[in-house]
Design a protein around this ligand. Sequence first.
Ligand code: FES
Ligand SMILES: [Fe+2]
Length: 413
Amino acid sequence: MLSKEDNELLTRVHPGSATGELFRRYWIPALLSEEIPEPDCPPARVRLLGEDLVAFRDSAGRIGLLGEHCAHRGTSLFFGRNEECGLRCIYHGWKYDIEGKVLETPAEPAGSQLKNKVQHTAYPCVEAGGMVFTYMGPPEARPVFPAYTWLGVPQPQIYIAKSQLECNYLQALDGDCDSSHLNYLHKTFKPDGRHNALRHEDQAPTFEIDEMDFGFRVAAIRRIGAQRYVRVSQFVMPFIGCVPVGREVDGRLDGFKAVYQVPADDYTTWRYDFFFKYAKPMTREDSSKRDFVDAGYRKLRNLRNNYLQDRQAQKTVNFTGIEEFLNQDACATESMGAIADRTQEHLGVSDAYVIQVRKFLLKAVRDLQDGKAPPGLVFDPAQADFARVRCDVAYLPDGIAWRKIFDRTEEQR
Ligand code: FES
Ligand SMILES: [Fe+2]
């Protein structure tokens, strides 16, 4: 459980909140590239850390992320005209560039200096792996963009499922740090009704958890014959869970998944499931999750329609009677309420990792309040080693430590 104060501290992310300020120190996903697919296309609304923003791709292909409301009198720039390297408000024609500079105020008299006195809210953006990332913190504290392995693979090898969760980010993140739910929430049944164990899940694993500078590394270790089978997942600041879900080829994973739980505000989260393969393109089957959301990335199955739960399927098909693991996760986390009341929890041994991640986050929030730099940020490009952040599996004979294997970077393997 968490005290009321700690739960409040960790879940509030709106402007001015301590956790919101922490998250603003990181590069975080703002939207998908596909939402603003080409130069001068229509802008997209973005709600992030309690702020309403508008993203647009200008005539030169550069991306701007601006405060939604025009600095003149507040009309939404979402309705604006994206033309000739700027976004123009439809009310009186004020035009902004990607840096929030006011380029024109056409209703003002010639020689007016008004446009030079206004700096509109604008956040820098970096596009990578089909996503647009932004940095919303103080300019002088901006870290190196974390070019993780998955952001560097060619686009056909990537599949991203974006969905809106109608709850606070922390309960979604709790779910990413909780492998014990896999055998229940995501269990499927064989046609004869017997439980279908996940591969390698029959033996209870032992877990070894390492605190890292960027978060945590967790090894689930099982004995298979004379070998140990090790699966490594990671928690990466500020809200990324890396999960070893790829296919095994020659005892290695052919890719994995990075899940971002991005707070839109205190009560809503953008979940991005970023799947990738190191060497092969995604197949249609790999990317079959498109149709579980509408054009605004809102889930078709949601709390209002009880996730279209099928009670007969719950007896014979899977544990929940709900299709698709993303909907199953959403049901488990959204049904706790918009912000879970963690003063009422009864945590057990299986929640050890959830507890550790919450403590890590709480410490990061308090450290920042005391003026200490947030964990995992890199300010010197020469110090960057983002290849360390990865999941994999390994089959190891006794005598070979899994840490030795996973401490090496890809190039050294
Ligand atoms: S409100 Fe945007 S130009 Fe007047
Ligand atoms: Fe899950």
